[in-house]
Design a protein around this ligand. Structure first.
Ligand code: NAD
Length: 368
C-alpha cells in the first residue's frame, strides 16, 4: 500500500461521518476488547497496552484456566460476567461491553475463534499468522463479511515508527531505486514440547512464526506483490525440536520492478534484520521489528547516518494497532492490515512450502 493511501486511511479511520454527512470526532467511549488466550502475548504484551490506548479498553478475558482468568479480571476491574472459558465463549454475543475479540491463541485456533467471534457479532483482531492455510483465511474473511464485522491482523509493524520511517524513506527514493531486500527473523526455540514445534497447533515451523515478519517486510518495504518464489528448507531432523516442523527456511521473491528479496527465518538462532539496497544507497534496520529498541541507519556515498524516526501518533506500536481497529469500527473504514492482507501472505507461505518441497520456482502471478 502506498504511504499516501495509508495516511488517508489512518486519518479517515479517526473520524466518523454523522447523519449530516459531516465528519466529526469519534465518540469518547473507548471500544471494549475481549482477549482470547492469556499467554505470553495476550497477557504479557497486549493487556498492559490498554493503558497506552485512547480508543480501546480491556472489557473481557477468555481462557482455559479459570483461576488465571479470574485473577486477571480482578486486577483490571472486570466484572465476573466478563470472564469466559473456551466452552462458553459464544455467549460473549450477549455482552454489550465487548466490541472486538482479539485472538491470541496458537495458530491453528485462529480460524475457529475468529469465525465464532464474528458469529457472535463481534469485530476481530487476529494474531499473525492469520491461520494455517489459505482455505482457513478465506473462511475467516467470509465469516466476518457475512456478519458485517471488521477483521484485522495483528501486524504491529505497520504501526512501528522505525518501519514506517523506513517505508517512507524507501518510497521517497532516499536509497534510489530499491533493487534488493534482505531480511532475516528468528529466535532459538527451547523446549521440544512447545506448541510452536507441533505441526497440528503451529501449522509449520519458523516460517509460520518469524518468517511472517520477513515476508511482510519484503512486501511493505518494496510496496510490491511478488510474482515468483523459490525456496529451500534446511532442518536437522535429528534435533528433537524439529521432528515435526522446519527450522531454517530461505526464499527468494521476485517483484514486478525487477527487485529481489532474499528472506529467511529460523528457530535455531536469534536474528532480526531488514536491509534495503537501492541503486543510490541503503536503508538498514537491526534490530528491525522488535517490541522496542529498534535501530535504523541509512548509507549513501560511503557515509552512514543514524535515523531516529519521528514519534508516531500513538504511544506505542501496540496501542496504535489496537486503537486503529477501534477507530475503523467507529468510522466504517477498512483496517490497513485487513484479513485480505493476511490472506495474501498465506498464499505466499503456501507457495514457499511448495517450492521447498518440489525444488522449483513457483509463479505467483498465474503465469506458467
Ligand atoms: P503462548 O503459548 O504464550 O500462549 C498461548 C495461549 O493459548 C495460552 O494462554 C494457552 O493456554 C492458550 N491455549 C489454548 N489452547 C491451547 C493449546 N491447545 N495449546 C497451547 N496453548 C493453548 O503463545 P503466544 O506467544 O502468546 O502466541 C499466541 C499467538 O500470538 C500466536 O499466534 C503467535 O504467533 C502470536 N504472537 C504474536 C506476536 C506479535 O508480536 N505480533 C508475538 C508473540 C506471539
Amino acid at each position: 500500500m502506498d504511504i499516501a493511501r495509508r495516511d488517508l486511511l489512518l486519518s479517515a479511520a479517526a473520524l466518523t461521518v454523522g447523519a449530516s454527512g459531516i465528519a466529526r470526532a469519534a465518540p469518547d467511549r473507548p471500544l471494549g476488547y475481549a482477549i482470547v488466550g492469556l499467554g505470553t502475548y495476550g497477557l504479557g504484551v497486549i493487556i498492559p497496552q490498554f493503558a497506552n490506548c485512547t480508543h480501546s479498553r480491556l472489557a473481557a478475558v477468555v481462557s482455559g484456566d479459570p483461576a488465571k482468568a479470574q485473577r486477571v479480571a480482578a486486577e483490571h476491574g472486570l466484572p465476573a460476567r466478563s470472564v469466559y472459558s473456551y466452552a462458553n465463549f459464544d455467549s460473549i454475543r450477549d455482552n454489550p461491553d465487548v466490541d472486538i475479540v482479539y485472538v491470541c491463541l496458537p495458530n491453528s485456533m485462529h480460524a475457529e475463534y475468529t469465525i465464532r467471534a464474528a458469529k457472535a457479532g463481534k469485530h476481530v483482531m487476529c494474531e499473525k499468522p492469520m491461520a494455517v492455510s489459505v482455505a482457513e483465511c478465506e473462511a475467516m474473511i467470509a465469516a466476518c463479511k457475512r456478519a458485517n464485522r471488521k477483521l484485522m491482523i495483528g501486524y504491529r509493524c505497520h504501526f512501528e515508527p522505525f518501519n514506517l520511517e523506513a517505508m517512507r524513506l524507501a518510497r521517497s527514493g532516499a536509497a534510489g531505486k530499491i533493487r534488493y531486500v534482505r531480511t532475516e527473523h528468528g529466535f532459538t526455540q527451547g523446549s521440544p514440547s512447545a506448541w510452536r514445534l507441533k505441526r497440528a497447533l503451529a501449522g509449520g515451523g519458523s516460517l509460520m512464526d518469524m518468517g511472517v515478519y520477513s515476508l511482510q517486510a519484503a512486501r511493505y518495504m518494496t510496496g510490491e506483490e511478488p510474482i515468483a518464489v523459490t525456496a529451500r528448507e534446511s532442518t536437522d531432523r535429528r534435533d528433537p525440536r524439529f521432528t515435526e516442523v522446519e527450522d531454517m527456511i530461505e526464499w527468494t521473491l521476485e517483484f514486478p520492478s525487477g527487485a529481489i528479496a532474499g528472506c529467511q527465518s529460523m528457530y535455531s538462532a536469534n536474528q532480526n534484520h531488514i536491509l534495503l539496497m537501492g541503486d543510490k544507497g541503503r536503508i538498514e534496520l537491526e534490530p528491525a521489528t522488535r517490541y522496542d529498541g529498534n535501530h535504523m541507519w541509512t548509507g549513501r556515498d560511503g557515509r552512514e547516518r543514524e535515523v531516529t524516526p519521528p514519534a508516531g501518533p500513538a504511544k506505542t506500536q501496540f496501542a496504535g494497532q489496537l486503537d486503529h481497529l477501534a477507530q475503523c469500527v467507529r468510522s466504517g473504514a477498512e483496517p490497513i492490515v485487513s484479513g485480505e492482507e493476511g490472506l495474501r501472505d498465506m498464499r505466499i507461505v503456501e507457495a514457499i512450502y511448495r517450492s521447498a518441497r518440489e525444488g522449483r520456482t513457483i509463479r505467483l502471478d498465474g503465469r506458467a
